[in-house]
Design a protein around this ligand. Structure first.
Ligand code: ATP
Length: 197
């Protein structure tokens, strides 16, 4: 089974692409979902995180309070690295375990911070979703009301388009309609299916 990593900046259309791939029958493993699973109450990573960051990062139900934690690591790189050192190996382990049970020509691992966490080399192929920053800002503004300033804060902390391009084997440019995006996804799906054979 080919292991395909999918990444892209905020609002580039990663979810729009993975939803269409899933509709085509492609197994999709989403790092965000595994991260949420790993930070539920009783998970070992949660106890480790609470030990390092204090009980204030736990909600009343014992889950990780992701917003409180985000606030704590915001602008504190050392703390962010400490968190990543606990959480990222756990997410990777869970994704690999889930992938090992699959039987498909290829599977897609959606990892927003693929480049930032130096994981590109772990995959057979890297697929990058791109869209112009102004369009991404507009789309996420419409989706969740994110301000232009908050959008800039997030993009400044992420890899640049050029860095993602450098790691890319395949690029999908999501600057048109959803229909046009789906057509690109279908063409890529056919290429990947024949590559996997
Ligand atoms: P994030 O990084 O925030 O998780 P993402 O990369 O997963 O975002 P999506 O959620 O897929 O991006 O897209 C952002 C928003 O833009 C969504 O509301 C989505 O429906 C919309 N969108 C994506 N592609 C298109 C398109 N081609 N035409 C119109 N709207 C689009």
């Amino acid at each position: 089974m080919l292991r395909i990593a999918l990444t892209g900046g905020i609002g580039s259309g990663k979810t729009a692409v993975t939803q269409h791939l899933a509709a085509l029958g492609v197994p999709v493993l989403d790092a965000d979902e595994f991260s949420h699973q790993a930070t539920r109450a009783q998970e070992p990573a949660v106890a480790q995180i609470a030990k390092v960051f204090g009980p204030e990062v736990l909600s009343a139900s014992g889950d990780l309070d992701r917003a409180a934690l985000r606030q704590m690591i915001f602008a504190d790189e050392a703390k962010r690295k400490q968190l990543e050192a606990i959480l990222h190996p756990e997410i990777r382990k869970r994704m690999n375990e889930a992938a090992s049970t699959l039987d498909a020509p290829y599977a897609v691992f959606s990892i927003p911070l693929l480049i930032e966490t130096g994981q590109a080399a772990n995959f057979d192929l890297v697929l990058v979703i791109e869209a112009p920053a102004a369009l991404r800002a507009q789309r996420v503004g419409e989706r969740s009301g994110l301000s232009a300033e908050a959008f800039r804060g997030i993009t400044d902390a992420q890899a640049s388009d050029a860095q993602r391009r450098q790691a890319a084997d395949e690029v999908i440019i999501n600057d048109g309609s959803l229909q046009a995006l789906h057509a690109q996804v279908e063409a890529l799906h056919r290429r990947l299916q024949s590559l996997a054979q």
